[in-house]
Design a protein around this ligand. Structure first.
Ligand code: ADP
Length: 218
């Protein structure tokens, strides 16, 4: 079972820590603010009040034994950089850090962050995309060129199989899964799979092919 550490329990860190815990993972949550630590204490495995820029304290918490540490100190850029560096130096394999700006992100990568996230910016893009697209329901950008999106099928696809539609040949999309309702999911449907009206298709493809589904119905 993976063990997570979340350092800096602002709005983003708090949400990451409690979500991981609700999913059943062990979570060590750290913040310098005593009140925040109290607020989160029964919603994570361990909550500790500490200044994470103090290397000795971080060491004593056993941070190096964690699989993933997420540094979610955002507004105090200096602290975020120092903590990321310390955690990485202690030997944590995978460190995710939250950045405020591109320059901040660059420094975080330089000091060893394995992944840098921009929650405000990413959520802004996501909300914007969801608002303007009629068919795209959710969206994960894999790279500059590729994404995974959830789309509603086009009207003309309903009742046809993936093969009949030629979803790969004609649309450049690979269907990785179909959501039938909240619980049922068909993973990796075969070419004979017939699309139903209520299906939600989880597709992977090039952004230029996915863009078609983003057009708003006027
Ligand atoms: P958000 O925008 O997600 O709310 P913030 O940057 O405002 O993020 O929150 C950062 C959190 O990190 C705050 O709860 C703050 O108390 C905590 N924090 C700041 N510096 C340190 C530090 N040196 N050690 C531990 N926690 C810290």
């Amino acid at each position: 079972m993976k063990q997570f550490g979340v350092i800096g329990l602002g709005r983003f860190g708090f949400s990451v820590a409690t979500s991981l815990y609700e999913m059943g993972y062990d979570v060590l949550a750290v913040d310098i603010d005593e009140q925040i630590v109290q607020d989160i204490s029964d919603r994570v495995t361990h909550a500790v009040q500490a200044d994470a820029t103090d290397e000795n304290i971080i060491r004593s918490l056993g941070i190096r034994n964690l699989d993933v540490v997420i540094v979610t100190i955002g507004s105090n850029i200096q602290a975020s950089i120092m903590v990321t560096m310390i955690v990485k130096e202690l030997g944590v394999k995978f460190v995710v850090a939250k950045a405020q700006s591109d320059l901040h992100a660059k420094v975080l990568y330089k000091v060893g962050a394995d992944r840098v996230v921009f929650p405000e910016r990413d959520m802004g893009i996501r909300v914007a995309r969801n608002l303007v697209s009629s068919k795209v329901l959710d969206y994960i950008e894999l790279s500059k060129d590729y994404s995974i999106v959830e789309i509603e099928p086009m009207i003309e696809w309903i009742g046809l199989s993936l093969k009949e539609i030629g979803i790969r040949q004609n649309h450049g999309l690979n269907v990785v899964a179909v959501r039938k309702n909240k619980e049922d999911i068909v993973v990796s449907p075969g070419p004979e799979y017939v699309i139903n009206e209520d299906d939600i298709l989880v597709v992977i493809g090039e952004n230029r092919n996915l863009r078609k589904f983003e057009k708003k119905d006027e």
